[in-house]
Design a protein around this ligand. Structure first.
Ligand SMILES: C[S@@+](CC[C@H](N)C(=O)[O-])C[C@H]1O[C@@H](n2cnc3c(N)ncnc32)[C@H](O)[C@@H]1O
Length: 302
């Protein structure tokens, strides 16, 4: 008999030897090995404890695990795509190549109910723009079940995964295919969750191979990473209610966002669970920025 413990050690060794890159929801080769071994044996990651370690690993799961390890080590596929599932905050989601593997650090702010950033205690309308598989919006729906939550993306494949996840969680959220916030009414929204593609050209050229399995539309943010962010800022100002906020993730493109204008003042959030480049922009901040930009534009005749 080969125990789960032995199989786990061998799998972790293989992942370490292959020098896998952990950037897709797992912090270590050990955690990825646990996910692969349990999935191969058809066991749940959240419901299986360490008591299994000395049990026998099922013979029939061995070839499945072999294929999983090959896909992870040779093909460099993210573990979440291989096992078809991603854990995000307290929830799990169906995860496949239709959308980015969920990992946004915005989750931390959603779980904290947007405290201390939102003045109203209970938002009525929350929009997850660039929703991918819908993880942020569905998490928001779990925290604020009374709110109207809308998930939106341009990509039909991503939206079909969001629809599957909506069904998985039996959630009453809206789904809209649209270009950024162009479809959203003026002064309608309390919270915009925005994790757009924001990888700049330099980082795109240096991405570890794991990221090449994800849709390019989900990552590529153009030369400085902010191709879509300019429109988002303008439309967030238009669509947020007074007192509303946009939580915007731009990752490594945070310096480019700071450099947009002296009149735009994103507040960078300190994230307790890791990550960086998450900004809070209030309706008021955005209105001041728009006002200054319009003034400058009219003074120089543009
Ligand atoms: C970084 S992914 C974020 C996915 C999801 N929010 C998450 O955190 O996992 C960016 C998403 O933006 C979508 N996207 C790209 N361009 C868009 C556009 N012009 N309008 C709306 N969505 C767009 C992509 O299809 C992709 O799903």
């Amino acid at each position: 008999m080969t125990s789960f413990r032995e199989i786990l050690i061998a799998t972790e060794d293989a992942l370490v030897e292959a020098n896998i890159y952990c950037g897709h929801g797992f912090d270590s080769a050990h955690d990825e090995a646990v996910a692969l071994v349990l999935a191969a044996a058809n066991l749940s990651l959240t419901e299986t404890g360490s008591e299994i370690l000395d049990e026998s690993f099922p013979n029939e799961a061995e070839s499945t695990l072999e294929q999983y390890v090959q896909r992870r080590c040779q093909d460099r596929e993210p573990t979440a795509y291989i096992v078809g599932e991603a854990y995000f905050g307290p929830l799990s989601f169906i995860c496949d190549r239709r959308a980015l593997v969920p990992r946004s650090p915005i989750a931390e702010l959603v779980e904290k109910g947007f405290d201390p950033w939102l003045t109203s205690a209970s938002p009525e309308v929350i929009v997850d723009v660039c929703c991918g598989g819908g993880s942020l919006g569905l998490l928001a729906n779990a925290v604020f079940p009374e709110a109207l939550v809308v998930l939106s993306d341009l990509d039909r494949s991503a939206l079909s995964l969001a629809a599957d996840n909506r069904q998985l969680h039996d959630a009453s959220v809206g789904l809209i295919r649209g270009d950024l916030l162009s479809w959203l009414a003026d002064e309608s929204t309390d919270v915009i969750l925005a994790n757009p593609p924001y990888v700049d050209a330099e980082d795109m050229a240096a991405l570890p191979p794991e990221y090449l399995h994800e849709p390019q539309l989900a990552l590529d943010g153009g030369a400085d990473g902010l191709d879509l962010v300019h429109s988002l800022l303008i439309d967030a100002e238009r669509t947020l209610k007074q007192g509303g906020i946009m939580i915007l993730e731009v990752g490594n493109s945070l310096e480019a966002l700071d450099a947009i204008s002296a009149h735009l003042s994103p507040v960078w959030v300190e994230l307790a669970y890791g990550g960086h480049g998450v900004a809070i922009l209030t309706k008021t901040d955005l209105s001041i920025w728009r006002g200054m930009t319009d003034n400058l534009g009219s003074r120089v005749g543009v």
